[in-house]
Design a protein around this ligand. Structure first.
Ligand code: SAH
Ligand code: SF4
Length: 349
């Protein structure tokens, strides 16, 4: 049994684990066996894994712990079936993750950071400020926690919870590489989506070195003036730069991008905005996802009426853009996009 293992096996990407096994004089095949064992529900120690040689089992237990799926400290389920889980991390910080069933689909929305540094004016998480990045194991802990909770695998995973995933690229990369590995979840690349507010260094990094995931970009405004007002990240990386980088990304990956557009009443919801939006995206392979703003207590925005939302969508379609309307699931329990933030942080803000 272990003296004091300090490394969580889920903090190791397949590549890192293979490298470690090689440095221990083991074959790459061992890394596969170890990963398969760690992802088998119920394995808590490598000493239980009879297919591994005894000496290696001992060494593994001395080196690694196999963290358990996160257990919700609090759980709220809305009438539409959406469940929001509050998870407590080892340092007592808290994050939220959401399971969203819809017809025969099940989406897990995971957090990538505790809080967020980017300060979007309409977002609840922004008001926590940035506390810290999540580790790969904490991303895995959320995923396994939600699987244990709803007792089935999701059909898609989105990194659209708390935080900016491209500011935590190391953990996010290891996480997506891990879940796509045949010995872990054997997940397929088109079932994971990473959402970014336009963090340019991260976008350039995943253009150079692609991730097995799709990309969503939160545009939310069609002029630099308005975007800088509601998304301060735009002052650092303005629209022209970010759109050019997205084009490069789409070209390099041969893939279309989802452009998220949160509709804020009287701010970005005029037919003229829809026309500019369609024009801005003309040369970017993309589809637009309209998201009527979800209410956050104390944030002075409003959601446009259903009529205005429809008009906006119709205008986009008229201009030849592809646009869908995202149904707001879990809004009543504060589980929808942009609503995740801990109460005590909210009070402190
Ligand atoms: N930081 C990343 C991912 C997390 S935010 C990003 O910004 O893309 C996920 C999505 O929620 C983004 O598209 C963001 O614009 C949107 N969002 C934030 N607050 C919202 C709110 N109150 N209502 C609706 N969408 C919101
Ligand atoms: Fe951060 Fe995204 Fe919220 Fe902006 S919308 S503050 S980038 S989590």
């Amino acid at each position: 049994m272990s003296a004091n293992p300090v490394q969580d096996i889920f903090n190791y990407s397949p590549r890192q684990l293979t490298g470690l096994m090689q440095s221990w004089g083991e074959t790459p095949f061992r890394a596969k066996q170890i990963m398969a064992a760690a992802w088998t529900p119920g394995t808590s120690l490598f000493s239980q894994v009879s297919m591994l040689p005894l000496a290696l089992r001992k060494k593994l237990d001395d080196f690694f712990l196999i963290s358990k799926p996160f257990m919700p400290k609090n759980l709220v389920t809305s009438t539409d079936g959406t469940s929001k889980a509050l998870f407590e991390l080892s340092d007592k910080l808290q994050i939220e993750s959401v399971a969203i069933p819809f017809r025969n689909r099940l989406t897990f929305c995971l957090s990538s950071q505790v809080g967020c540094s980017l300060g979007c004016r309409f977002c609840a998480t922004a008001r926590m400020g940035f506390i810290r990045n999540l580790t790969t194991a904490e991303l895995v802990g959320q995923l396994r926690g939600l699987i244990a909770l709803v007792k089935r695998l999701p059909t898609s995973i989105v990194l659209m919870g708390m935080g900016e995933p491209l500011q935590n690229l190391d953990s996010v990369r290891s996480f997506v590489e891990l879940i796509h590995h045949p010995q872990a979840l054997n997940w397929s690349a088109n079932k994971t989506t990473i959402s970014t507010s336009g963090w340019l260094p991260g976008l350039e990094a995943i253009t150079q070195n692609p991730l097995p995931a799709k990309l969503a970009f939160s545009l939310n405004a069609v002029t630099d003036g308005m975007r800088s007002q509601i998304m301060p990240v735009n002052r650092r990386y303005p629209l022209a730069d970010i759109l050019a980088a997205l084009k490069k990304y789409a070209q390099a990956k041969q893939e279309s991008i989802t452009v998220e557009y949160v509709l804020l009443k009287g701010v970005n919801d005029r037919p003229e905005d829809a026309r500019i939006l369609a024009r801005l995206l003309k040369s970017l392979p993309s589809k637009i996802n309209l998201i009527p703003w979800n209410e956050v207590a104390g944030i002075p925005f409003h959601s446009p009426s259903a009529e205005i939302v429809q008009q906006f969508k119709t205008e986009l379609l008229k201009q030849g853009a592809l646009a869908t309307l995202r149904l707001s699931r879990g809004a009543a329990i504060g589980a929808a996009c942009g609503q995740l933030a801990r109460q005590h942080h909210r009070r402190a803000a």
